[in-house]
Design a protein around this ligand. Structure first.
Ligand SMILES: NC(=O)C1=CN([C@@H]2O[C@H](COP(=O)(O)OP(=O)(O)OC[C@H]3O[C@@H](n4cnc5c(N)ncnc54)[C@H](OP(=O)(O)O)[C@@H]3O)[C@@H](O)[C@H]2O)C=CC1
Ligand SMILES: O=C(O)[C@@H]1CCC=N1
Length: 274
């Protein structure tokens, strides 16, 4: 199988790391390009043993899947660049936030198979939570291929395209919310004068353990929280501060803002169709 990437940033690199770890295809059959950052190309060649090229024909020709991973603001220019190399046989997989399949179809001017996917950077360790949707030109074989590739680097849910902005806000951006919370825990640990290595290990294991409990216990988050919260105890004292500061409301507003921004990215950059 040949998988090509257009865009060599955070998400492409996370996906490649995960795909290589799972031995999905020969390293040389993963090919990648970026706009002009040659240093990054060399770095990726050395790190992963994958192929790099600025020749769009080489990149797209015979690729079973072309994964499009540029920023929404660069979509117009990048789609213009690759249009001459796209045919009805191309399977185009966009991971861009906010940008619709309709926009991509209009830009590519070809009835090729298109998937819109939203993975996250935990793909790098095989733990992405990916949502995916397909246009009507995607064959069963192409759908199965995309599902198998994304499932190799995490879990995959097939969804309707109208759900993509919400999912982008929830699980696309999601890892960052947890990292942000960990940053706060690190600050607290530092203020207590705890040894950094020790506190980091404890924080990470706490996060992993809580995620595992949510995954396997079959209990709701609210019930698991109650189990930790002894009346008159430490957790109650801590959580009451989070309640006073309306932390849950802030979190909901955070995800709402990410959702609005995903919609806005579509409105902003799709209006520039040329
Ligand atoms: N980061 C994340 O967690 C996630 C990101 N996404 C989506 O993935 C996309 C990429 O995000 P991310 O990886 O963070 O972005 P980065 O900024 O890290 O990388 C963007 C890449 O696109 C390349 N690029 C820009 N213009 C062109 C062009 N005309 N032709 C070829 N390559 C080009 C850049 O090349 P150069 O460096 O040479 O300019 C760079 O390699 C976005 O649309 C984002 O919404 C989706 C899920 C998660
Ligand atoms: O922040 C962003 O726009 C991208 C999309 C989801 C995660 N990162």
């Amino acid at each position: 199988m040949k998988i090509s990437f257009i865009g060599a940033g955070s998400i492409a690199e996370a996906m490649i790391a995960g795909l290589i770890e799972k031995n999905i295809c020969n390293r040389e059959n993963i090919c990648i390009t970026n706009r002009n950052n040659k240093l990054k190309m060399t770095e990726l060649e050395e790190k992963f043993g994958i192929s790099t090229t600025y020749d769009m024909n080489e990149l797209i020709h015979n690729a079973d899947m072309v994964i499009f991973a540029v920023k929404p603001k660069d979509a117009n220019e990048a789609l213009d660049k690759i249009r001459p190399y796209i045919s009805e046989n191309t399977f185009f997989v966009s991971v861009m936030a906010g940008i619709s399949i309709e926009f991509i179809t209009d830009k590519l001017k070809t009835n090729c198979a298109i998937a819109r996917a939203m993975p996250n950077t935990s793909a790098s360790v095989g733990k992405s939570a990916t949502a995916i949707t397909f246009n009507p030109f995607a064959s069963n074989r192409q759908k199965e291929m995309a599902l198998s590739i994304f499932s190799a680097i995490g879990i995959t849910e097939e969804v309707e395209e109208r759900q993509m902005d919400a999912i982008t806000a929830l699980s696309g951006s999601g890892p960052a919310y947890f990292y942000y919370m960990v940053e706060a825990m690190e600050r607290a640990a530092e203020q207590f004068g705890l040894e950094k290595d020790t506190s980091n290990k404890l924080i990470i294991q706490t996060l992993l353990g809580a995620a595992e409990m949510l995954s396997v216990s079959g209990k709701k988050a609210a019930d698991l929280r109650q189990e930790v919260t002894s009346p008159g105890g430490t957790t109650e004292a801590g959580i009451s501060v989070l309640q006073q500061t309306e932390m849950q409301e802030a979190f909901v507003a955070c995800i709402q803002a990410a959702y609005e921004q995903s919609k806005q990215l579509g409105i902003m950059y799709e209006s520039k169709i040329t």
